[in-house]
Design a protein. Structure first.
Ligand code: ACO
Ligand code: LMR
Length: 264
């Protein structure tokens, strides 16, 4: 047989050696000629397979709905301050991206992990939420600074509506809603947030589409692919905020003394 020199890198998602680059074996010309969208490209490069249209449309909805949430949130604030310090696009973008984590935008993977574990073990919402409280862990995907029982997050409602219409099963999302009903009985702002909605609905997408084995789903959840959706989406808004500050020729930002409690 062939004797191969050992390679230093293994790569399985794309290949640029032929006449045209391929994403997961699909040539660029097919991607363009068959009218693939960004959801298809994400499917190929992240999940290494073509997914049905209802799945790629859901992925695109997540990207569009999470692209921005105004200038006051952690990520946009950081990008704005960085742009106003005269830094370049990439610096302003990454300074915003670095705020994405367990409290802001980066709770999707943990929401999927905890909701999946609780649902698969048959825990009631009471057992799940109180169990988390005992461990001193806030339920990922629950709670919001400005959204509440009477001021629901439209993004969550739109994703839920889409899934109800197009997904074969929404069992994880329904479980997350039961958890929300329980947490709302404790405090008005403990709503299912957009991270929790995406986390639970992606579990439904993975398990209901018939495109992934149980092992593959466990691996996706364990590795943590889903925060990638927020990172990718919010980059669009953070880039927008950076351009906005530069267009407006905003000066160096300095936080006002009056807004700081100086104390010993
Ligand atoms: N699970 C259980 N209890 C909670 C949760 C939660 N997820 N969130 C708040 N509480 C309760 C706690 O008792 C908290 O008291 P503590 O500070 O002693 O733990 C109390 O509510 C007060 O919380 P608030 O001050 O109202 O919450 P805050 O506005 O500071 O936090 C936040 C909002 C950060 C989103 C919070 O709810 C949280 O950590 N949620 C989990 C992480 C998450 O899902 N983040 C994504 C948000 S959506 C997005 O960023 C796109
Ligand atoms: C966001 O998408 O940035 C938000 O849900 C967070 C916020 O506080 O508005």
């Amino acid at each position: 047989g062939k004797v191969r020199a050992p390679t230093h890198i293994i790569s399985t998602i794309s290949d640029d050696r032929g006449e045209e680059p391929c994403y997961a074996g699909v040539p660029m010309s097919t991607i363009i000629e068959q009218g693939f969208g960004v959801g298809d490209v994400i499917s190929l490069l992240w999940f290494k397979r073509s997914l049905p249209r209802y799945c790629t449309q859901f992925i695109e909805m997540c990207i569009m709905l999470c692209a921005d949430h105004g200038p006051c949130v952690s990520g946009a604030h950081n990008s704005i301050v960085t742009a106003r310090a005269g830094k370049d696009l990439v610096s302003s973008l990454v300074s915003g991206l670095l705020t994405i984590g367990p409290r802001f935008g980066g709770a999707i993977d943990d929401a999927a992990r905890y909701f999946k574990d609780a649902y698969d073990r048959g825990l009631t919402p009471y057992e799940f939420v109180e169990g988390m409280k005992k461990k001193g862990i806030r339920v990922p995907g629950i709670g919001h600074r400005i959204k509440s029982r009477d001021n629901r997050d439209k993004r969550v409602q739109l994703l839920q509506k889409y899934a109800h219409t197009h997904f074969p099963s929404v069992k994880y999302m329904e479980y997350a809603v039961q958890v929300e009903t329980y947490t709302l009985s404790k405090a008005n702002n403990l709503v299912l947030n957009v991270d929790g909605a995406i986390g639970s609905l992606f579990l439904d997408l993975l398990s209901g589409s018939g495109m992934f084995s149980k092992q593959e789903i466990d691996e996706i959840v364990e590795i943590g692919y889903l925060n990638g959706l927020f990172v990718l989406a919010r980059s669009i808004g953070l880039i927008g905020h950076t351009f906005d500050q530069k267009r407006l020729k905003q000066p160096l930002y300095r936080h006002p003394w009056e807004d700081v409690l100086y104390t010993k």
